[in-house]
Design a protein around this ligand. Structure first.
Ligand code: CO
Length: 214
């Protein structure tokens, strides 16, 4: 494991490298950020949002929590969403889950980890909602895979149902919500085929995506 001092050295090297490649980079970014994307993903260290989509600093606003949950009572997530939509005017909101998610695993198997069990009740809600579908999976690995995907789709719905996103659509603001999933085994993202650009298309997009998942 690296020491924290090494991390600071790494930072010096990184900043010097970026400056060599683009001398005005940090000065330009210091004035303002104009990201087009909001990423809502898992806190998992193997899923570094900007890195895996090849975006430099300044291009993606990010919110991460355990199991990439969007809860209507979570002021942290709502504040990020409101700022991203109303102040930064992002056009794309990507909800990205990942396979082998510890949060999904714990929720599915009923593991008790402490305080976080309460947070993971949101995943339990998804599990319960799709219990019949999950019950016919041939093994627990497939079931976990499917719950990771269904959780993303449900969180896309939650984003779309916030007053923030609904008001944006009412104003005619261009805003699309996507559901993706990342595979930590091969580094690849998969589009879960849900993209919601208006309240009118939400139900159809949701039904289609749920029917398409593995
Ligand atoms: Co995770």
């Amino acid at each position: 494991m690296r020491t924290v001092e090494e991390l600071l050295v790494n930072n010096r090297v990184w900043a010097a490298t970026v400056t060599t490649q683009d001398p005005g980079f940090f000065q330009r970014l210091a004035n303002q950020q104009t990201p087009s994307y909001l990423w809502i993903g898992c806190s998992d260290s193997r899923v570094p949002s900007t890195q895996l989509v090849g975006l430099p600093p300044g291009e993606m606003f990010v919110h991460r929590n355990v199991a990439n949950i969007v809860a209507h009572t979570d002021f942290n997530c709502l504040a990020v969403l409101q700022y991203a939509v109303e102040v930064l005017h992002v056009q794309h909101i990507i909800v990205c889950g990942h396979y082998r998610c510890g949060g999904i695993h714990a929720a599915l198997h009923g593991h008790h980890l402490g305080l976080i069990d309460n947070w993971l009740q949101h995943v339990q809600d998804v599990r319960r909602k799709h219990a019949l579908r999950l019950a016919v999976c041939r093994d627990t690995a497939t079931e976990e895979h499917l719950l990771c995907e269904l959780n993303v789709i449900e969180q896309v719905v939650n984003v779309s149902q916030t007053t923030i996103v609904q008001q944006a659509w009412l104003r005619g603001q261009q805003l699309t919500v996507y559901g993706w999933i990342y595979d930590v085994e091969d580094g690849l993202l998969r589009d879960l085929q849900i993209r919601v650009s208006s309240l009118a298309t939400l139900d159809v997009q949701y039904a289609r995506a749920v029917a398409l998942v593995s």
